[in-house]
Design a binder for this molecule. Structure first.
Ligand SMILES: *Cc1c(COP(=O)(O)O)cnc(C)c1O
Length: 425
């Protein structure tokens, strides 16, 4: 294992995807004007150069076409969301009709739970993880209460074993087998946001469906990061946001997946709006709601086109580069990161994220060992002064995601070198 920076440069020189870096605009240090080592693609992806052009296209059509922009122009607004579906579908392993870009993650989670959390008889619990992202927990708990049920009884939480940080597939499956008869819906993250653990979506979905449960996934940290195969796994629904690995911009329009077997199920309860109405007859303005088949039938409103434009740009890049190639680089980049941390920071930094590349995405969660909370935070702040930008989770964890689109092996080297210097200081 070579620890020198020249080796990082050699890896960059051999990187077939290196040119993509220049199609993104990375944040810069205000004082020096130099690009930051941006390792926060797990929180807010970098801006594609193309995004401004696509936003300006919408601005121009609005200026010059007014309301007719819905029907004319380069990308009419009436069908703008359809432009996003094929690339989104590829990323989550779905058919285009199974995915929809709409609303935001938490709003979509509520809409999905309205349809797919239908407690009845003895089967009324939701299974989720104890360390779930707070918004998912708020959504689930409020849904449980909305049905007049009891959080303490009807929310089943799965957690790592004592002394462990990661969930074990066997424990999740065992819980499903043990409690299955009282679980209405399972909601788990594709990639866990704190630990970076990639769950076995196929095995867990299969176990859940075998037990008669509805199975949904939160792909916030998975989409655009790791390959996902929702359709083949048989998942009932999924939700995600598009501003993390998908580079759709702050508060970007989110996404949802509804499996094809529910495409025409009009018996499913849903909260409806006119944009979910049958496209062929929407403008007849009939009072009865008739949903468009597929995921589009869950739309509420006519979509925020300006907010979709940057996502359209980013999705074009995903389609061009291809997730398999990105993932291949990602595995190499994160593997290099892991080996450097192990070689240079042993004993001072513990990697929480699984070491199996098949059980993680791009990000590593690094626990600063044996430091007080304030000292650990000072190390993180020191990284920022050195123009390295990962993110911070209380009380002692740094999460850093080298993103294959725009990060370099040299970024990883500099991050570890800066950590080494800060920990020695
Ligand atoms: C980022 C993230 C969210 C954010 O929800 P929004 O509705 O987009 O604000 C929710 N859940 C998970 C698991 C996340 O990682």
């Amino acid at each position: 294992m070579r620890l020198d920076r020249e080796h990082a440069h050699a890896l960059d020189a051999g990187d077939a995807l290196a040119a993509w870096h220049d199609r993104f605009i990375l944040p810069r240090d205000l004082a020096s004007g130099r690009e930051l080592v941006y390792l926060c693609g797990h929180s807010l992806g970098a801006q594609p150069v193309l995004a401004s052009e696509y936003v300006e296209d919408v601005m121009r059509d609005w200026r010059s076409l007014g309301v007719e922009g819905h029907f004319t122009g380069r990308h009419p607004w009436l069908t703008y969301h359809e432009r996003l579906a094929p690339a989104l579908a590829t990323l989550v392993g779905a058919e285009p009709a199974e995915v929809i870009a709409m609303n935001t993650l938490t709003a979509n989670l509520h809409l999905m739970l309205v349809s797919f959390y239908r407690p009845a008889g003895a089967r009324r619990a939701i299974l989720m993880e104890r360390s779930a992202f707070p918004s998912d927990r708020h959504a689930v708990e409020s849904q449980v209460r909305f049905h007049g049920l009891d959080r303490a009884r009807d929310l089943i939480e799965i957690a790592p074993r004592d002394g462990e940080d990661l969930l074990r597939t066997e424990d999740i499956v065992a819980t499903i087998e043990r409690e299955g008869a009282r679980i209405a819906t399972i909601l788990l993250p594709g990639v866990q946001y704190l630990t970076g653990q990639l769950l076995d979506i196929g095995a867990i979905t299969a176990a859940g469906r075998k037990a008669g449960c509805v199975v949904g996934w939160d792909l916030a940290h998975a989409i655009g990061n790791v390959p996902v195969a929702l359709h083949d796994a048989g998942a009932d629904f999924a939700v995600w946001c598009n501003y993390k690995y998908l580079n759709g911009g702050p508060g970007a329009v989110g996404g949802a997946f509804v499996h094809a077997r529910h495409a025409t199920d009009t018996a499913l309860p849903r909260f409806a709006g006119w944009w979910g109405h049958d496209k062929a007859t929407r403008f007849l303005m009939a009072p009865e709601f008739k949903p468009t088949p597929g995921a589009e039938g869950w739309q509420l409103s006519n979509p925020p086109i300006l907010a979709m434009a940057p996502l359209a740009a980013s999705l074009e890049h995903f389609a061009a580069a291809g997730l398999p190639a990105l993932r291949q680089k990602s595995v190499a980049l994160t593997g290099y990161f892991e080996r450097l941390v192990q070689a240079r920071l042993a004993g001072r930094v513990e990697i929480i994220t699984p070491s199996d590349p098949q059980a993680r995405g791009a990000a590593l969660s690094l626990r600063l060992v044996g430091l007080t909370r304030d000292r650990a935070r000072a190390v993180f702040d020191g990284l920022r002064r050195r123009s390295i930008l990962p993110d911070w989770r209380e009380p002692d964890v740094i999460r850093a995601a080298p993103v294959p689109f725009y990060n370099r092996f040299d970024d990883v080297w500099r991050c570890v070198d800066a950590l080494h210097a800060e920990l020695a200081a």
